[in-house]
Ligand binder design. Sequence first.
Ligand code: SAM
Ligand code: SF4
Length: 466
Amino acid sequence: MQKAFDIGLDSLVAGRPAAAAEAEFVTGVPKRGTFYLETFGCQMNEHDSEKVAGVLLSRGYRQVESVEAASFVLYNTCSIREKAAQKVFSRLGEFRDMPGEPKKIGVLGCVAQQEGEKIFHRTPWVSLVCGSASYSKLPELLSQLEAGEKRVTGLDTDTDETFETELTRRDNPWRAYLTIIEGCDKACSYCVVPYTRGPERSRSSDSVLRELRQLAELGYTEVQFLGQTVNSYADPSPRKLKFSELLCAAAEMPGTRRVRFTTSHPRDFSPDIVEAIDRDERICNHVHLPVQSGSTRVLRAMQRTYSREEYLEKIAMVRGAKRPISVTTDIIVGFPGETEKEFEETLSLLEEVKYDGVFSFKYSPRPNTPAQSMSDAIPEEEKSRRLAILLELQRKIQAAANEKWIGQILEVHVEGKSRKENQWSGHTSCHRVVNFSSAQPDLLGNYVQVKVTGASPNCLIGDHAC
Ligand code: SAM
Ligand code: SF4
C-alpha cells in the first residue's frame, strides 16, 4: 500500500500529550488493573479505540504501553484484507505459552464481528469478543467480565445505535476525530464493512456540534469528521442538516480552524460540498474520493454504483471549484476477471485525474462477500505486478505535482518535531505533508507559514517564513 500523505520524517516524534502515553488511574474510581490496547486498520478504528480507552479509564483501569505490563490486553482489529485479519491471530497466538500471570484478552472490531465465538475455539484464552456495532454495550460487557464471567460477547449488528461517549481519550491534542456516521449501506461486492460494521446510522447534528464545541473549548483547533461514507450523512434529528451544512456549522464554531472529512463516496458527492469548501476556508480543500477502478465493467462487477464517466464528472465538479482542491483515492488491482486492458483503464484514469495521493491495494477475497465466489481470480504475482506498475506511475505523477509548489508559501499545522534540531512537520489544509526548518522553540500545535523550497513524491520541504 502506498501511503502518499504519510508524515515524511523517519525520526519524527509525534506531539502527544502526556495523557495519551501511559494514562493514570482516574481519581475517585476503584483501581482495576492495567490495560494495553493495540489498534489495526483505519482512522475509524483508531477513533473507536480512543473511545474504548476512555471507557476503560473511567472504570478504574490504567493504560500501559506494553503487553507485558498489562493485565488486560485488547486488540481492535481490521478484516478489510486477509493479511490484516491474519495479523490479529498471530498476535493472539503469542499468548499460548506466555509465562507469568495469565492475562485477560479482548478482541474488538471487525475480526471480532466476522469470526464471532469461533475466536474462543481457536484461541480459548480470549475472554471478550465485541464487534464495533456493540461498543455502546461495552460497559455492560466489562461488568460481566469483572463479575467473573469467563467469556462475554457483543456481536449484534442489527442496531440503530451509535457509539457516543463523553469519555473519549484522544491521542492527538490538536486534531480530533469525530465519527458522524457509522456502518455502511452500500454493497460493494468485495467489501466486508457492511457485514462487520452494520447498517448506516448517523449521529444527530446537535450531538456532533455539542461535542465539537467541547473540543474547541479544550483547545482542539482541527476536527476530522469520519465515516465509511461520510458524505452519506443523514441527520436523524428534526434539524435535518445536510452534510454540507454540518461542515459549515462546524467551521463556524469559535476556536475551530480546520474541518476535514473522510471518506466520501462518489455517488453521494454533491455540488453543495464543493460550494461549502469554496465558501469557507476553514473547510479543508482536500477530498478523498475512492474510485477503485478506471474500468466501467469492473466498477459494475464491484457494485460501485457509478461508471468511469460518472466518476470523472464528479472530478470535473471538484476541479471547477474556485479554491484548488486536492483529491486522493483508493484503488484495488486484480479484482476477479480484471483484464490487462481494464487495468490499463485504471492507469489512464490516474493520468487523467492526476491524484494528489493514492492508496492502492491488491484485491483480497473476503468471507461473505459476493466477489469471493467470482471466477477468474487473478494470480498473486500478477496482482503484485499490476500494483508495482500503478505505484510507479503514481510516484511520477506526485513528484511532478509536488514540484509545482516550490516557491509558494503554505499554512502548515505543526504536528511533529524531528529529533534533528530545528526540524518540524505538519499538514497543509490540502493535506500535504510539509517537513520544514525553524529555529523557533515550540511550534507544536501552531499554524505557521512555510516557504516551500523542495519536493519529493510524498512530501514538501520548506523553511518557516516568519
Ligand atoms: N468506504 C470507503 C469507500 O467507499 O471507498 C472505503 C472503506 S475501506 C475501509 C478502504 C479501502 O479498502 C477501500 O476503498 C478499498 O480500496 C479497500 N478494500 C476494501 N475491501 C477490499 C478487499 N477485499 N481487497 C482489497 N482492498 C479492499
Ligand atoms: Fe465497503 Fe463500499 Fe461501504 Fe466503502 S462504500 S465501506 S468500500 S461497502
